[in-house]
Design a protein around this ligand. Structure first.
Ligand SMILES: NC(=O)c1ccc[n+]([C@@H]2O[C@H](COP(=O)([O-])OP(=O)(O)OC[C@H]3O[C@@H](n4cnc5c(N)ncnc54)[C@H](OP(=O)(O)O)[C@@H]3O)[C@@H](O)[C@H]2O)c1
Length: 271
């Protein structure tokens, strides 16, 4: 089963390649998502059953500064990938973010109406979700992660999140990719428990200083924590080795394990 990954050189893309052997991850020189004809050519050549779209302009400050580029990469790029999936019959897993929500209430469920995002990155990623649906068969994963240790000297005590470190989140995303044929939903929240960004930072950087969002150079949401009930219910049988999982393991030659192991699996069909 062929899986093509965009953004393979990025943080999440690199982690996914470490977890799922055999991912086909063309570099930007071979698959620039801002060139739709190149995207289509790459998919026609690789003939993937599934495309995992992780390429984006993910630097929130840069998106604010260079709005046209952010739209071109995040929205037009996502549309190019989705259209190429539709044209070649590939299913799409699109990586999205908690920043599609306003952050006014937190505890967001998949069916809660997203928006209005408080910054341009969020605007582009929300539009990208609509673009991703052009693929026909698509699954949108909303998630959020940080590299370990926390990369900044200060962290916000008044920003709440369900994000976690990449070494925690990436294995879960990999598991979703490998179990995609079993996921009936169009959108899935993959995250951990709600906490402040400061509390998350302190886990890996005990000397981190407290700060507040009014010191940020751009608008940041107050509480974009995600409800993950849907994902928890889906993954319970995968974790416990229920009959459903055994069937998957033999029928699809799949083994979905988390917590940093290399994952092996086969993806016969997604959504
Ligand atoms: N980081 C977070 O906190 C976070 C949170 C929630 C969701 N996400 C989402 O997760 C996904 C991965 O994020 P990340 O943090 O791993 O990103 P990242 O480390 O910034 O990597 C971005 C990737 O996108 C590629 N890319 C950029 N422009 C491209 C283009 N025009 N054509 C092809 N590839 C291009 C980059 O390739 P080059 O190496 O060639 O530049 C790189 O591989 C994104 O969809 C992001 O929105 C991220």
């Amino acid at each position: 089963m062929t899986i093509l990954l965009t953004g393979g050189s990025g943080r999440l893309g690199s982690a996914l390649q470490g977890l799922i052997p055999g991912l086909h991850a063309p570099p930007r020189a071979a698959l620039d998502i801002t060139h739709p004809e190149q995207v289509l050519r790459a998919l026609r050549a690789a003939r993937p059953h599934l495309v995992v779209h992780a390429a984006a302009l993910a630097d929130v400050t840069r998106c604010e500064r260079d709005r046209a580029l952010a739209w071109q990469v995040n929205v037009d790029g996502a549309a190019a990938v989705a259209r190429a999936c539709h044209a070649t019959g590939a299913a799409l897993i699109h990586i999205s973010t908690d920043y599609v929500f306003s952050g006014d209430t937190g505890h967001y469920r998949e069916n809660d109406p997203p928006g209005p995002p408080v910054n341009w990155y969020g605007v582009t990623k929300l539009a990208a979700e609509s673009a991703a649906r052009l693929a026909g068969r698509s699954l949108i994963i909303r998630t959020s992660f940080r590299t370990r240790p926390f990369p900044h000297a200060a962290a916000f005590t008044d920003a709440f999140t369900s994000q976690d470190y990449l070494d925690v989140i990436a294995p879960h995303v990999a598991q979703v990719i490998l179990q995609a044929s079993r996921i009936p939903d169009a959108t899935l929240h993959v995250a951990t428990a709600r906490k402040s960004v400061f509390d998350l930072a302190r886990q890996s950087r005990p000397d981190v200083r407290p700060a507040t969002r009014d010191h940020a150079p751009l608008p940041l949401p107050a509480d974009v924590s995600l409800n993950t009930d849907r994902w928890q219910a889906l993954r319970a049988p995968w974790e416990t080795g229920s009959p459903a999982q055994s069937e998957s393991a033999s029928g699809a030659q799949g083994r979905a394990a988390v917590h940093g192991e290399v994952l092996h699996g086969d993806v016969p069909r997604v959504v």
